[in-house]
Design a protein around this ligand. Sequence first.
Ligand SMILES: *Cc1c(COP(=O)(O)O)cnc(C)c1O
Length: 422
Amino acid sequence: MSFINISQQHQRVSFKDAVLNPIGENSGIYFPHDIKPLDKDIFECGDFHQIAVETLHNLTHNELSKDKLGSMVARAFNFPLELHSLTDKNHILELFHGPTLAFKDFGARFLAECLTEFNQQKATIITATSGDTGAAVAHAFHGQPNVEVVVLYPEGKISKEQEQLFCTLGDNIRTVKVDGNFDNCQSLVKQAFNDEEVNNKLNLNSANSINVARLLAQVCYYTALPTLIQQPIDNLVVPSGNFGNITAALIAKHMGAPVGHLIAATNANDTAPRFFNHKQWLPQVTQRTLSNAMDVSQPNNFSRILYYYQHKLDQLFVDMSALSISDAQTRQTIKELDTQGYQVDPHTAVGMHALSKMNVGQTNNLVVSTAHPAKFADVLEGILQKPISRPSAISECLTKPNLSIRIADDFDDFKEYLLALD
Ligand SMILES: *Cc1c(COP(=O)(O)O)cnc(C)c1O
């Protein structure tokens, strides 16, 4: 039983159960039960897929064979992981070379592999998105037999590029724009899960970021860092919203990945930075910013971090810190990097600015780039006052018809829609 319910610590489940039923007793979410270091020679093997297999095998306590994991990993991570060095001390880990141009592809595609492996009956995945998750999930499941996907998103609150990437696919992918905000979408999804009639008819599953499959997939690119860069990383900056990506980085660190201090870079939604400064957890109203995928004031994954450090909270403040970056600073960084010939999206810019505020001197630093700049081309064009080139993944979908249907923020309407699906 490799996963523990962090709210109900007597409940331990297998990886399969944690994936299929991501919410445990007392609404608790799961975390790897014990995190053991990887052998040193694994870090030195030089191959991303091989390190990913070893990482997943270790965290799931050998529940899936290495052969099985090998084919899942090869299909899920079928795009490059790239390092861009700005100087010999400052590096950027580009996680955006997947089909939907954001790091969410790693988690969504591995989750799709897990659900295909574990789910025997037909299932319906319902998920709410603030932009990037929807596209990653839709692409990961597009064309898969036995799975229907319904993605809800807030009308008018995501970029055109984000929307067209997943609302033009069709087939088993249905997209629903809601007259409301992201929280309203999330609440409709929760109500669907709590509705027995809907649940029984559709065999619901969520592709939400709380699913451990997504978390584990993200650990792999951090344990694979030695395949990309020879020197250990002293400071690792992760642009953060729901704190899943940085939780994965912490797990990798405890598995022996060569990373020192971790820095969560947030936008104006600064619940975590205030916690690191004043040791108090005081969420405020969510603010809209340029880095919309990080507009989260109650990050779901923070409870996982607190669980892991529950008996060693002082160590958390040694291992990690958090900084809040304003939209003005984000714009400034986008402009500065552009003059140096490197374009970043607003989320990556938050990370780059956080690095510039740290007194890092001669250390070796890495900032995680979470999205391709073209995914936020509209925003960048406004800031840089020049056209941004778009890769074919974006330009092609921009001309296709948007297949979304529109609903009010009303569960009865949504339920009627779901029950009419065949
Ligand atoms: C989801 C997302 C983030 C935030 O990641 P978390 O794991 O939620 O902290 C940052 N940048 C982009 C582009 C994203 O899509």
